[in-house]
Structure formats: structure tokens, C-alpha cells
Design a binder for this molecule. Structure first.
Ligand SMILES: Cc1cc2nc3c(=O)[nH]c(=O)nc-3n(C[C@H](O)[C@H](O)[C@H](O)COP(=O)(O)OP(=O)(O)OC[C@H]3O[C@@H](n4cnc5c(N)ncnc54)[C@H](O)[C@@H]3O)c2cc1C
Length: 393
């Protein structure tokens, strides 16, 4: 094929990884167009370090889209408004675009408005400015009740709220105010990181318990009253002095309008090829040449839970999709499949992190091993930030 166009909707972790892999693999006459509404890319991993003061400002952890390093990746700053997957046409706020290939990498949106009072009451850890505000609030905190609240599932990075709780606990100890602070964690999840298997849940529950963080699973917050600093659940109310919030997430609206959403609201894809499916049983592909990767996807695992929304998966899937598109253009068979392997670093405070890795496609449930926390794993986690230098000037 001469002179193809690949449209990548969303220039976050997965979208930019796709663009960079494709640009490396394709000759210059093939266009790679990234439609991204934001003029910056942020490394969300680093929000925890904005929270605990290891990074001082948002500018350290984000880059201007205009400084994308690799020539030949076109960035269109626009909102993708609608998609016709049959003819691979996208209407955007900057006009209509048509591609030979489309990669949906729109992520999951934050929906703080879905819980009354969340915006006014919570320090939103999942938002760059929210993490900066949280640092200031923690800095002036002198004791009281801290609640970490997961306000809805699914949410990005199943480890991050737990890491936040343990990092804050370590900071309070360091500052000598731990004994003046009651820490608790409320979440609708049945257990911490259950998707990674029971052994990982056991390990995390153990860590929280040893650190004296009260864990309250199966608690869906209904509303929050900022004036009285109260959380309302179906069967109880909980007071707080400082609230660290993970807002509910929701799928991008254009998915449902394009007929691409399943009952989770996200896009069902072939677990290995990331092609969009019309039939989950037979794995029948709905729209050849259209792929979805990362947080926007819904991949049901053999234990019936969903593959977690994490950058490491978005990046691995980006590689597979880029390979499939480049191979097809060159008239060669694709060489890579997504195999469900994943890893993460769970920060536990005191300069330590526990490295977890394994096979999320294992039967009957994901086989993931969480190692004991080490300083080396905490150091290794910083490597995620290298993407900022790899992708931007
Ligand atoms: C605090 C925190 C810590 C985390 N830590 C880790 C970690 O340690 N390891 C890990 O693997 N993951 C981590 N994650 C999760 C990781 O950031 C996400 O899973 C990852 O960014 C998903 O990549 P994506 O490309 O699917 O979506 P995103 O990176 O969210 O990108 C989606 C992009 O699409 C754009 N977009 C959406 N809709 C439109 C539209 N209509 N038009 C135009 N543009 C649009 C958005 O602006 C965004 O840039 C963390 C997340 C948070 C919040």
C-alpha cells in the first residue's frame, strides 16, 4: 500500500506509544495522525510523587504536545466528536478525517461530577492540579482523620490508591504525627487488586493492616458533604478531616454513539489482536483495520474480571497494533500478539516498592507474583518517566 493514513484517536500513553512504534516501522509516505484535545501529555505515574513532594511541579511531569520529538507524527489538536468505524471516518472539532486504519486510544474519563460533593470535598489524586493541591493540604496537616476514597469502579491503575495510602502513612510517621492521625480506606472493591489474584489481595490487606490503615471494602460512596466533612454510604456516615479521592471514571461518549460499547461502556476487543469484536463468543472481528487499546478497552479475563486499566498494558498493546498495521501495509503476516503479561511497582512508603508481575490471561485466574518491597524496585519505577524524554524534545 502506498501513502496510507493511520488515525490515532487519543494521544495519551497508548496513543503516543502506537504513533512512535508505527513511525519507526513505516516509510515516510505513510501518514500517522494523532487526534488529541489536550496540548500537554502528563505522566500520571508521577502524580503520586507530586503528592508526596518527590516532584515539585506539574511542569516536571508533563510535556507540550507541540514538542513531540519524532518527525512525521502529525498532531491535530481537536476533540474527536464521532466515529464511523465502517468507513473509518472521524468527525473532529477541526474537521473530518478519514484513515486506512484507526486506533482508538481515548482512555477513560474522570467523572468527579458523578458523586455529589466530590469536587468540592476531595483532593483529586488522579488530576495533576489535584495532586499538587493535595501536597499543599498534606504539608499543613497536623493530625486528624485522613480518608482515602475510591469513589467508583473501574478506575485506572488498581494499585495507585493503595500506594497513596501507604505513602501518606509513611510521611506522617516521618513527620511524627502518625499517632495523631486515624487513616482509613473506603472502596467499592471486594478486595484490593483482586484482579491480580488472591495472593496479591492477601499481601496488600496485610500491608494495610500492619500500617494501621483501616480497610473498608464494598463501600460505594453515595454523596459527600464538604461543609460538615462527611461521607455518606448506604448504611453509615463517615467523618474526615482530609479526603484523598479517586473519582469515578466513565467511558468516552463517542463509543456508545458509534455502537462500539459493550455492557461495561468500554470497547470489547480481541484479547490478542485488539481488533474490535462484534461477537464476544466467536471473537468475530467487527471492523477490519479498526483497533482499540488501553483504558478504552474491555477485555474479560478467565476469572470474569476485566483486565486492569494500566499504562503498561496500553503500551504493550500499542506495540502489537503498530506491528499489525505496519505488517499489513508491507504485505507481511503480523508477528506479535498481546499475551496478557503485565507488571507494576506497588509503592509501600519508606523508599520501597513491591514489584508485581505475571500472566493476566492465565486460567483459572491471573497468575501474578508480588515480591517483597525493595529500594531497587522503587528506583526502577522512575523509569516510566523516561517516556517523557523518549517522546518529547
Ligand atoms: C495516579 C496514577 C498513577 C498511575 N500509575 C500507573 C503505573 O504505575 N503503571 C501503569 O501501568 N499505569 C499507571 N496509571 C494508569 C495509566 O496512566 C493509564 O492506564 C494510561 O494512561 C492509559 O493509557 P491510554 O492511552 O489508554 O489512556 P490515556 O493515557 O488516558 O490517554 C487518553 C487520551 O485521549 C484523549 N482524549 C479522550 N477523549 C478524547 C476526544 N474525544 N478527543 C480527543 N482526545 C481525547 C485524552 O485527552 C488523553 O490524552 C496511573 C494512573 C494514575 C492516575
Amino acid at each position: 500500500m502506498t501513502g496510507s493514513t493511520t488515525l490515532i484517536l487519543g494521544g495519551g500513553w497508548g496513543g503516543l506509544a502506537t504513533a512512535h512504534h508505527l513511525r519507526r516501522d513505516l516509510a515516510p509516505e505513510h501518514r500517522i495522525v494523532v487526534v488529541e484535545r489536550s496540548d500537554t501529555f502528563s505522566m500520571c505515574v508521577s502524580y503520586l510523587w507530586l503528592m508526596n513532594g518527590k516532584r515539585q511541579s506539574l511542569t516536571q511531569v508533563r510535556r507540550e504536545m507541540a514538542t513531540l520529538k519524532r518527525p512525521g507524527i502529525e498532531w491535530v489538536q481537536a476533540e474527536a466528536l464521532s466515529l464511523d468505524p465502517t468507513d473509518r471516518t472521524v468527525d473532529t472539532s477541526a474537521g473530518r478525517l478519514t484513515g486506512d486504519y484507526v486506533v482508538l486510544a481515548l482512555g477513560a474519563e474522570l467523572a468527579p461530577d458523578a458523586v455529589a460533593g466530590f469536587d468540592a470535598a476531595a483532593h483529586n489524586l488522579y488530576d495533576g492540579a489535584g495532586a499538587v493541591g493535595l501536597r499543599a493540604a498534606l504539608g499543613s496537616f497536623t493530625g486528624g482523620r485522613i480518608v482515602v476514597l475510591v469513589a467508583g469502579t473501574p478506575f485506572r491503575c488498581p494499585a495507585a490508591p493503595y500506594e497513596a495510602a501507604m505513602l501518606v502513612e509513611a510521611e506522617l510517621r516521618e513527620r511524627g504525627i502518625r499517632d495523631r492521625t486515624e487513616m482509613s480506606f473506603y472502596t467499592p472493591e471486594p478486595r484490593p487488586m483482586l484482579v491480580a489474584g488472591r495472593a496479591v489481595s492477601d499481601a496488600l490487606e496485610n500491608m494495610l493492616s500492619k500500617k494501621g490503615i483501616g480497610y473498608h471494602p464494598q463501600h460505594q460512596v453515595e454523596s459527600i458533604e464538604p461543609d460538615t466533612r462527611t461521607l455518606h454510604f448506604a448504611d453509615k456516615t463517615v467523618p474526615y478531616d482530609l479526603l484523598i479521592g479517586i473519582p469515578p471514571h466513565r467511558p468516552p461518549a463517542l463509543l456508545a454513539a458509534a455502537g462500539l460499547a459493550d455492557d461495561t461502556g468500554y470497547v470489547p476487543v480481541h484479547p490478542q489482536t485488539l481488533e474490535i469484536l462484534s461477537n464476544l463468543e466467536t471473537l468475530e472481528v467487527a471492523y477490519p483495520g479498526v483497533y482499540a487499546i488501553g483504558d478504552v478497552t474491555s477485555i474479560r479475563l478467565l476469572n470474569q474480571l476485566l483486565l486492569p486499566k494500566a499504562g503498561v498494558f496500553a503500551e504493550a498493546q500499542a506495540q502489537v497494533v503498530a506491528d499489525a498495521i505496519a505488517s499489513e501495509i508491507r504485505g507481511e503476516p503480523r508477528s506479535a500478539n498481546f499475551d496478557g503479561q503485565g507488571s507494576c511497582y506497588v509503592e509501600t512508603g519508606d523508599g520501597l516498592a513491591a514489584y508485581g508481575s505475571g500472566d493476566f490471561y492465565a486460567y483459572p485466574e491471573p497468575r501474578v507474583k508480588l515480591e517483597d518491597p525493595t529500594t531497587a524496585a522503587r528506583q526502577a519505577k522512575e523509569e516510566y518517566e523516561q517516556l517523557l524524554d523518549a517522546w518529547f524534545e
